[in-house]
Design a protein. Sequence first.
Length: 309
Amino acid sequence: MASIPVIEAEVDFHVDGAGKPYKTWYTIFGTFPSPNGIRPLVCVHGGPGVPHDCLLAIQNLYTTHTIPVIMYDQLGCGRSTHLPEKKGDNDFWTIELFLLELDNLLAHLGIQNDYALLGQSWGGQVAAEHAVRQPKGLKSLVIANSPASMPSYVAAIQELLNEMPPDTQATLRKHEADGTLDTAEYQQARMQYFAKHMCRVSPPPPELMACFVALKQDPTVNHTINGPYVFKRIGPRGTWSIVDRISKINAPTLLISGKYDGVPASTMQPFFDRIDKVKWVTFAESSHFPHMEEPEEFLKVLGGFLSLN
């Protein structure tokens, strides 16, 4: 199998009051622009505050469907500019910031008039917020493993917690209540939950482990927007909801979830109910990362959708 051409580069990202431009690092898998005029797919990773590594399996879409795939590290993580001095700054780390960063990248690449967009987990929230603004260049949208409302998500994952073994439940509840999140006992219980509802591949893929390492090294963005917990949200993301604006999404949309997803289906249902042109695929052997858990089937579904839209 021929290797995939890869480009890595940076783009300046100007933020009001920053005094200097920040850097958004990005990579392109495949020949870009496509000599056949094939629309590129831009991928928005989750977290927030973890790098694009979690999405690396999607690069193989170029091999299967010759679709160029663009990934980037959002501000504050990966190879983009880190800003640890802004930890806890809710006025800085807004979803609007990440929307501006996405727009800046699209314009830099010259694809703002013709692109497909995939957002996974937190990235799905960014992608949905982008889509409700009805950008003319957005030709197709993929929302993967992402809730339409964070309050409904927090409520739904309590049910997942209730399904865990009683001793695991007790450990997770105790340490989240006490704030003792660095204990070995809590970390072990959390990984038991993750093995069921985040990634069912054992051992976890290296690219997923790289994201956990990156998050531990610099939790600035994640702990500001989310807070450090699994089963509650204390940051500004905790009140986020797009339910009453979903109907503004006018791009053909593919919803992706896993049967055992840590983002339960009930939290994605509003997207299916309120988007006019929408398809929903649930992967039977997957949880939160179907592109890692069922990669061949995932690429078949994703490539088929993008080829038709």
